[in-house]
Design a protein around this ligand. Structure first.
Ligand code: ASP
Length: 317
């Protein structure tokens, strides 16, 4: 197939202190996501189709904090958030606090394609998805034993006053920042440039461990954990959601690209801004309209990879 522009797909599977024994599952998950999304781009599919497919693969993979295997809320449930955005038209679809969908990114796509609205939450989002053919599952199907143990651990630490990843346990912003730096951030995301020169972005998450029911983070909020505009760039973030939201960091980063900063530099500046302004931690993937990528994180490791016409590169470092 001949393209007007060479397609690019970049994905991430979280940024945190990924332990050695989890490096391989992260590498494999990122590889699978890139393979699925890039196969579509090679056939001439849109950037939107590619990011949706890549994210769905990682939602299905229990290694990540998205779909089944996500972190649990303080009352032991999975609540998922996802956003998809089309850089060609600025159409977007988002869902948050959904408990009965295996792949919230597919619901986000339905919202984008079929609704006059942009964002649905909770039962309304589930009803919308069901009306358009998605099956509703029991929340327990999304909960796995590993996460029951993580939650029990976090709550034990909270009760014992040991710094855990729960904001309620922090007594100062510095302590809160330290807690979150030590916490896993396994949100997934993808940015793509298709052969027609269009950008898209998608992000999906189970949020943070032991979050209060109803809490929504940055991942599914437009301009925070996800954004795409052909006139600037496509971006997906992971990390401690509250500071990312306050800085509207995704939009901040793509605006810099629009103003002429190369994506690699803008990605680094975004993470530096996150840290210096609010003590935040996380990682970013950023893709410009000419196919240049930027990746940065201030966590010990980030799982990410990129696929171009020259092949695939995957990193957990
Ligand atoms: N940013 C996500 C949130 O705060 C968490 C993550 O990236 O792991 O919901």
């Amino acid at each position: 197939m001949t393209f007007k522009i060479a397609p690019v797909l970049t994905v991430h599977g979280g940024a945190w202190d990924i332990p050695d024994d989890l490096v391989e599952p992260h590498r494999q998950g990122v590889t699978n996501a890139l393979a699925a999304g890039y196969a579509l781009l090679e056939k001439g599919a849109s950037a939107v189709d590619a990011v949706q497919a890549a994210v769905a693969v990682m939602e299905d993979d229990e290694a990540f904090d998205a779909g089944r295997g996500s972190f649990l809320t303080s009352d032991g449930r999975v609540q998922l958030d996802a956003l998809l955005m089309d850089g060609a038209t600025l159409r977007a679809g988002g869902v948050a606090c959904v408990e009965r969908l295996r792949n919230p990114i597919h619901a986000a796509r339905l919202v984008m394609d079929l609704s006059p609205h942009v964002y649905f939450v909770g039962a309304g989002a589930e009803a919308f998805a069901a009306e358009h053919g998605m099956s509703l599952i029991d929340n327990s199907e999304l909960v796995i034993d590993r996460e029951r143990r993580h939650l029990a651990d976090a709550q034990l630490k909270q009760r014992n006053g040991v710094a855990g990843p729960t904001p309620a346990a922090a007594s100062s912003p510095t302590q809160l920042a330290a807690m979150h730096a030590a916490t896993s951030h396994d949100t997934v995301g993808a940015v793509a440039l298709d052969g027609h020169g269009n950008l898209a972005a998608a992000t999906s998450t189970g949020g943070t461990l032991n979050k209060s029911p109803g809490r929504v983070g940055d991942s599914s909020l437009i301009g925070c954990g996800c954004y795409a505009d052909n006139l600037s760039a496509a971006v997906s973030l992971t990390g401690w959601g509250e500071p990312i939201m306050k800085l509207v960091l995704g939009k901040w980063a793509v605006d810099r690209v629009q103003q002429g900063t190369p994506p690699a530099q803008a990605a680094g500046e975004a993470i530096a801004y996150l840290f210096h302004r609010l003590g935040g931690h996380g990682g970013i993937i950023l893709l410009g309209p000419m196919g240049r990528i930027g990746v940065a994180h201030n966590t010990p490791r980030m799982a990410w990879g990129t696929h171009t016409t020259r092949g695939m590169e995957v990193y957990v470092r």
